[in-house]
Write a protein that binds this ligand. Structure first.
Ligand code: AHR
Length: 493
């Protein structure tokens, strides 16, 4: 019934490791408390940055980290965040909880974080409330290797060498809190701002234009028509909200109706990418401009008793399925999707890590990122799937999602997701190859007993990967029985 045909000889492209990127905003307890605790904290830290969080994130090989927002980027004035910390102005984070932003985590601290994580920085500039000159000076401050007012100022602040900076966003959600602009207006502003985001010396910026919200295809049309020659990437934001934006449901304690809706909405990412890509193909058939999904993930009600502006939510086996299925979709579109950044890294929305003072736990989503490391920069292989449906009421969706890639050592890694929370599913994977030299299958699985299983500070290991023993080699390939609600990684070597 469930059959996959995996052609080991047909390469479909390279899976850019940057689709495993992250996003850390000055929002709630993501940056402050989640990442930055300050040098005087009792929580072990390196120059103010939490050691436990860095260590955990290093283990999932974060390729790129987007900062400082999000909406926060549209109110961020970078000069507030440099120089002696005690002199930095305290401002109000109006969008996220109205709390005081003391600017202790600024440009130098962000690059230090990236160095500690061995990740590439992706900085989002302020088009909404910042000036062209402000943006130009930020790029000069960060990347100019010579004598200039901004480079000299950087040196006075303790950083002699310029930093390497590739990814630079020209604004965030300019159709929304980034200025409520029309696409025609933003396209012109984009052209103007990007002109002054200069390449200094050998530093080459990869400029990313603020793209569409969900299915705003007209936004993509206008941006591609008016500004494609000035950008390397165009973004897309899409969040999964069971219940809808106005009536978000809880992160835990849900029943199957919300599970099903979540899976349906997760699969919708495929249609969004296809339709935005069709428009991009019209203007850019050579696929020079990448689609950058720089905000994605599940978004629910905040945890009871927490600040509504902090977007703190739990993370369950359902979130693991969101991640697993979404990555399979990104892989399928690896010719156009060159980066993605889950929202957000710590304590906000679909986080990898939750902290409570000095405590830290890893979420089911974290474990999917860890299991999927094998696909980073691997070669996508051709795969067809015939599978049963997962039916709920009158509706149905495919019950299985699958992807396969070959890594540099020649191993074939296959990720399978079983979206059905009630049923184990057997899948036969037929291997097609001129020469089959794979003789071993091993596996790992992430699953749980209940549909809202999650890790807590009291029970941090309820959902964690285990060895998978339900796969075996057959005459024509490999056969696996996927537990209900699971993400399974098979490695053929
Ligand atoms: O990730 C939370 C918020 O969602 C971001 O600040 C914004 O860009 C988006 O609307």
């Amino acid at each position: 019934m469930n059959k996959a045909f995996l052609n080991l000889d047909v390469k479909k492209g390279k899976i850019n490791k940057n689709i495993y990127g992250h996003f850390a905003e000055h929002l709630g307890r993501c940056v402050y408390k989640g990442i930055w605790v300050g040098e005087d904290s009792d929580i072990p830290n390196t120059r103010g940055i939490r050691n436990d969080v860095v260590e955990a994130l290093k283990n999932i090989d974060i390729p790129v980290l987007r900062w400082p927002g999000g909406c926060f980027a549209s109110e961020y004035h970078w000069k507030d965040g440099i120089g002696p910390r005690e002199d930095r102005p305290k401002v109000i984070n109006t969008l996220w909880g109205g709390v005081v932003e003391n600017n202790h985590f600024g440009t130098h601290e962000f690059f230090d974080l990236c160095d500690q994580l061995e990740t590439e920085p992706y900085i989002c500039g302020n088009v909404a409330s910042g000036t062209v000159q402000e943006m130009q000076q930020w790029v000069e401050y960060m990347t100019f290797d010579g004598k200039s007012p901004m480079a000299d100022w950087r040196k006075e602040n303790g950083r002699e060498e310029p930093w390497d900076l590739t990814y630079f966003g020209i604004g965030n959600e300019n159709w929304g809190w980034g200025g409520f602009m029309r696409p025609e207006y933003y396209a012109d502003l984009y052209r103007r701002y990007q002109t002054f985001a200069r390449d200094y010396g050998d530093n080459k910026l990869y400029k990313i234009a603020g793209g569409a919200n969900i299915d705003d295809y007209n936004w993509t049309e206008v941006l591609m028509r008016e500004a494609k020659d000035f950008m390397s990437g165009l973004s897309l934001h899409y969040y999964v909200h069971p219940g809808g934006w106005e009536n978000k449901k809880k992160a835990t304690g849900y029943e199957e109706d919300e599970w099903f809706e979540t899976m349906q909405k997760t699969l919708y990412m495929n249609e969004l990418i296809e339709r935005h890509t069709t428009i991009m193909d019209k203007y850019d058939p050579e696929k020079k401009v990448a689609l950058i999904v720089d905000e994605w993930g599940g978004w629910y009600q905040v945890e009871e008793g927490t600040n509504p502006g902090f977007l703190y939510q739990q993370n369950t086996i359902r979130d693991a399925l969101i991640a697993g299925v979404t990555f399979n979709i990104f892989h399928d579109h690896c010719d156009r999707v060159q980066m993605a950044n889950i929202a957000q890294t710590v304590n906000v929305l679909q986080a990898m890590i939750l902290t409570d003072e000095e405590q830290m736990i890893l979420t089911p989503t974290y474990h999917v990122f860890e299991m999927n490391k094998v696909h980073q920069d691997a070669t996508l292989l051709a795969l067809d799937l015939e599978c049963e449906d997962y039916e709920y009421g009158e509706e149905k969706i495919p019950a299985v999602s699958i992807t396969a890639s070959r890594d540099a050592e020649g191993n074939v890694n296959i990720t399978l997701c079983n979206l059905n929370p009630n049923k184990d599913i057997k899948v036969d994977i037929n291997l097609i190859a001129a020469e089959l030299n794979l003789s071993n299958v091993s596996g790992r699985v992430l699953t749980a007993d209940t549909i809202d299983a999650h890790n807590t500070f009291e029970n941090p290991e309820v959902v964690k990967p285990a060895e998978f023993t339900n796969a075996k080699l057959t005459d024509c390939g490999v056969e696996a029985v996927l537990p209900s609600k699971s993400v399974v990684l098979l490695t053929l070597s």
